[in-house]
Design a protein around this ligand. Structure first.
Ligand code: AN7
Length: 363
């Protein structure tokens, strides 16, 4: 059934995507996500109030940006008569693959780093009927194995090394351009396996090639304990509170560096403390609950702004400044993560005085 209004990213951007008349579109109406301003954060960073925008990719059907690429990858897999789809994942790719496979009537298998996947992501993969295999090893080991299984056993790999994934994901850049009427000046985003930064840069460049207008500086952000692109070498045992980007050997390594260099951007690392602080600030002051990995991009922005990164700009440019932060996944994906912030709460008897005194104590 065709949706009467918005029909997902393939319907909207068909002309720019590798789909044909023979492709049966597998969609959950992904994309069309909000671009929300963050005036308090902007003010705190001494930026113009309307300078800062959050692209809420957690509003996609399975709660992360992965759905944009997955609709294309699964539609193509179906068209090709695939036996099933397979991925390695820190969680969001698995949840997305499982949902789109369910919709397509395809089998789905996911290889996950044992103990390294947030509860909401694992729950989704299981609910959608995926075959879940926990691997005693890292995401990087899981991806290497998934690539071999795909080659030898004929599964279609739907990690972002699958070019259809990148094609679908690039549509987020088109949406940002449509919302702003131009590309932003800066885009901050978390980087794990580096598919997303590769896809955005592709989207922005395609638009630029057609219209010859400006391009954003691509500002990729990794967690300090999982920052191979900053260190210039793979990290054997990546560590960070942000489980989604606990990745030591990004598959799209070269493409991420290319995006950084061609755009005049940077790839930086932030500490777990900076990630948690940015994460809490977004939730408390802007009402936006993303997952910790998503807050890494915002932590990178905070570090850049406080280091005077926007000071060297002339006044008129500064006034029109547009900075977009990509919030890649929803906060509810990882309900255990807030424990790291040690919130206070009280348990009391159902009694008016007990509740009043608890309210006072929590002030
Ligand atoms: C919330 O699901 O790699 O740099 O297997 O879930 O394109 O890898 C997730 C990555 C950022 C990093 N934010 O994006 C997976 C997986 C969130 C994520 C990233 C991920 P890439």
């Amino acid at each position: 059934m065709e949706s009467p209004s918005y029909g997902g990213i393939i319907q909207k951007y068909r002309a720019c995507l590798p789909v044909g008349k023979g492709t049966t579109v597998v969609s959950l109406l992904e994309g069309n996500t909000p671009l929300v301003c963050a005036p308090r954060l902007a003010r705190w960073l001494e930026l113009p109030e309307d300078a800062l925008l959050l692209k809420i990719e957690g509003m996609n059907p399975t709660g992360s940006f992965k759905d944009r690429g997955m609709t294309v990858a699964v539609s193509k897999a179906l068209e090709a008569g695939a036996r099933g789809i397979l991925c390695a994942s820190t969680g969001n790719t698995a949840a997305s693959a499982a949902a789109y496979a369910a919709r397509a009537g395809l089998r789905c298998a996911v290889l996950l780093p044992e103990g390294g996947v947030a509860a909401g992501k694992l729950a989704a993969a299981l609910m959608h009927g995926a075959s879940v295999i926990a691997l005693r090893g890292s995401f990087d080991a899981a991806l290497a194995l998934a690539q071999r299984v795909a080659q030898e056993d004929g599964w279609t790999l739907v990690n972002s090394v699958n070019p259809s994934r990148i094609q679908g994901q690039k549509t987020a850049a088109f949406e940002i351009i449509e919302a702003l009427g131009r590309a932003p000046d800066f885009q901050f985003m978390p980087v794990g396996n580096a598919g997303n930064i590769t896809a955005y840069w592709l989207g922005y460049r395609e638009w630029h090639a057609a219209l010859k207008k400006g391009l954003p500086k691509m500002m990729g952000v990794q967690a300090k304990g999982a920052a191979p692109l900053v260190l210039g070498r793979p990290v054997a045992h990546p560590k960070t509170v942000a489980s989604a980007i606990r990745i030591g050997r990004p598959a799209s390594w070269a493409a991420a560096l290319k995006a950084k260099e061609e755009s005049g951007g940077m790839i930086a690392a932030v500490s777990d403390a900076e990630i948690l602080s940015a994460w809490r600030r977004l939730a408390r002051e802007e009402g936006v609950f993303c997952e910790p990995a998503s807050a890494a991009g915002v932590a990178g922005l905070i570090r850049f702004a406080r280091g005077g990164g926007f000071h060297r700009m002339d006044a008129s440019k500064r006034k029109a400044l547009r900075i977009v932060c990509i919030l890649t996944g929803h906060g509810l994906k990882d309900p255990d993560a807030p424990a790291a912030l040690r919130f206070r709460r009280r348990t009391v008897d159902p009694d008016l005085r007990a509740v009043s005194s608890a309210l006072n104590a929590l002030k």
